[in-house]
Design a protein around this ligand. Structure first.
Ligand code: M6R
Length: 605
């Protein structure tokens, strides 16, 4: 969940580290720090709070001289967000400093052992054990000490380590946490993800689990865990710098909401060839597949819930959507006829990775739908389909979610055609419907004043209900999550037909209920549920297709969206809810891009 960076070269390192950290801040933002080697010592500067505090403390890095250093932005796991617990952590002799992303599972036993041996701990973190281990194993050979220390660790870790004896040398180690090396000329970098590197280089090496690397200004050498050199492919980073900047928008979230038509188009366009859906690299024999299991966390799971409805309808294969955090311990019924679909924007979500590994172990083939190229999930998958959303920085996902939906729709059409379960005429009609999504999303985006006005009306309510059926219910789940995570308003999503089995007891005078009424097969049923909550005093905001005149007489407020095919409409229907959450959060003065307690990429269990 944390972000780590490192630099070695001829430049003043601290400003480069601070710039990289500011790009990684979305990964964690409760404290931050840098360590720079200079004149036989390591200067460490740390703060509680945001990178801006660290920039101020170090005068934008000017107060920390030196050309090799490491940096960290933290999402606290072990120990509160304080200066003491902030990384980098230093060894007792001051020779080493380490930054770490991940969790050391055996840290308690290591801590006890190190304490017994006389090492003094300054923090409550699991990370501090690493730097003391390096000191313990150091007998003049930095690389050997790093290898021996790493061999003692259990858990997930991406590490950056510097040493005063070799001030222009950094060791990085990767085990189940992302780590990318950026290659420059006369300088080299590392970071948790490419957003921190794009301003400096386009050439990158993705480390694999169990590998470590030595970075100096003149070169990079990667090794396997036994110390044997490994030849690595140099990858070209395709994301541009602007994609990771706000580009004039007040928040990344708003920018990313607005980018959705383009992102969805970029996800669809390369996969439509001569009127057919073509999914490169997919050589799955779908006739052998007797069950599709979708797994993911958070919004990606909700995309899976919506995609389940569309895939089942078109492919006529049973589809089950399961939360990865549950699936990993559920002893699922899986065999080699199960196709696992794994959804993840970051490609680094710990629970999703664990569930995926478990299903693969039991024989399932895994198709990953991922945004980040080269991420762990993309690497582990048997087949990968990228969502070409570009970097997503805001913690609340928007374009990540809608592009995941888009790939699921493409897959549903592809599968139906491969299995011969769709008439050509219907197939062609649905392809046109899919191609229409970006334009329809744009039309919703152009409705700004109306949604802002609704946000002003609803922002003071302490709780909201989101109801719908079938795909509308899947959208309700995501709409409620958006509202909760950025505005801190209690929002509950409910299958509309379930209300009267208990939850309707919570409906009272003035209670806002957001009713999703776009799936025409069930709209009339949802309308009955609207009548039921209205009878108990609820204030109803309904989302429906333009032209649905019946709902207007029931709801207090309406958002009309362009008519899209019910199989694909979740991608359009979610857009007003993203905007509503955004403007409600803005009215309430919330920190929209960095909501409290959250981090973008959840790399711990
Ligand atoms: O990177 P992933 O798609 O695997 O992330 C999954 C969830 O952590 C993520 O969707 C989370 O729920 C977002 N904060 C929702 O906006």
């Amino acid at each position: 969940m944390c972000g780590i960076v490192g630099y070695t070269g001829a430049q003043h390192a601290a400003p480069v580290l601070l710039d990289g950290l500011s790009k990684l801040e979305y990964r964690g933002y409760d404290s931050a720090g840098i360590a720079v080697a200079q004149d036989g010592a390591i200067a460490i500067s740390k703060v509680t709070g945001r990178i801006a505090n660290l920039q101020e403390k170090t005068d934008n890095g000017r107060l920390v001289p030196g050309t090799t250093g490491i940096g960290h932005t933290r999402w606290a796991t072990h120990g509160a967000p304080t200066d003491f617990n902030a990384h980098p952590h230093a060894s007792n002799d001051g020779k080493f400093a380490v930054v770490h992303n991940g969790i050391i599972e055996n840290y308690l036993e290591l801590r006890q052992e190190l304490t017994r041996k006389g090492y003094r701990f300054e923090s409550e973190t699991d990370t501090e054990t690493i730097v003391h281990l390096v000191e313990m194993y150091y007998q003049g050979d930095f690389q050997r000490a790093v290898m021996k220390a790493s061999a003692r660790l259990r858990g997930s870790y991406a590490l950056g380590i510097i040493c005063t004896d070799e001030p222009d040398r950094i060791f990085v180690v990767r085990e189940a946490s992302p780590l990318i090396i950026g290659l420059g000329i006369g300088e080299n970098y590392f970071a948790s993800d490419v957003t921190a590197l794009v301003a400096y280089t386009r050439n990158a090496i993705y480390l694999d689990d169990g590998e470590f690397a030595e970075l100096t200004p003149d070169g990079v050498q990667v090794f396997d865990c036994t110390g044997h050199p490994v030849e690595k492919k140099i990858n070209r980073i395709t994301w541009d710098i602007q994609a990771a900047e706000k580009g004039g928008y007040e928040h990344f979230m708003l920018k990313e909401i607005m980018e959705q038509p383009r992102a969805v188009k970029a996800t669809i366009a390369p996969r439509l060839k001569n009127g057919e859906v073509s999914l490169d690299g997919m050589d799955i024999d779908l006739r052998r597949v007797n069950k599709i299991l979708i797994t993911a966390c958070g919004s990606a799971y909700y995309a899976g819930c919506a995609g389940k409805c569309t895939i089942e309808r078109l492919c006529r294969i049973p589809v089950q959507a399961e939360l990865a955090s549950e699936l990993r311990y559920a002893d699922p019924l899986i065999d080699d006829k199960t196709l696992l679909i794994v959804l993840s924007q970051s490609g680094e979500t710990a629970d999703t990775i664990a569930a995926m590994k478990e299903c693969q172990r039991q024989g399932a083939k895994a198709l990953a739908i991922v945004n980040v190229v080269g991420s762990t999930i993309a690497k582990l998958a048997d087949y990968t389909l990228y969502t070409w959303a570009g970097p997503e920085i805001a913690v609340a996902t928007t374009k990540g979610y809608t592009t995941q939906l888009t790939v699921l729709y493409l897959f549903a059409l592809y599968g139906a055609r491969k299995l011969g379960r769709i008439e050509m005429e219907e197939y062609a009609r649905l392809i046109s419907a899919l191609k229409a999504l970006p334009k329809q999303m744009q039309q919703v985006l152009d409705m700004n004043p109306a949604i802002e006005k609704l946000a002003k009306k609803y922002h003071k309510h302490p709780s909201m209900f989101f109801i719908g059926r079938n795909t509308d219910y899947a959208v309700a789940l995501e709409g409620a999550l958006k509202m909760k995570e950025i505005s801190y308003i209690h929002a509950e999503s409910y299958a509309a037909g379930e209300l009267k089995h208990g939850t309707i007891a919570l409906i009272h005078e003035g209670q806002p209920v957001i009713a999703l009424c776009c799936n025409e097969a069930v709209t009339e049923k949802t309308m009955s549920n609207i009548i039921e909550v209205k009878a108990r005093g609820a204030e109803v905001l309904a989302i429906a297709f333009r032209g649905n005149a019946k709902i207007v007489s029931l709801a207090d407020d309406m958002i009309y969206i362009p008519k899209s095919d019910p199989l694909f409409c979740a991608a359009v229907e979610i857009v007003p809810l993203q905007k509503l959450a955004y403007y409600v959060a803005k009215e309430n003065g919330c920190d929209i891009d960095k909501p409290k307690n959250l981090a973008k990429s959840v790399t711990v269990e």
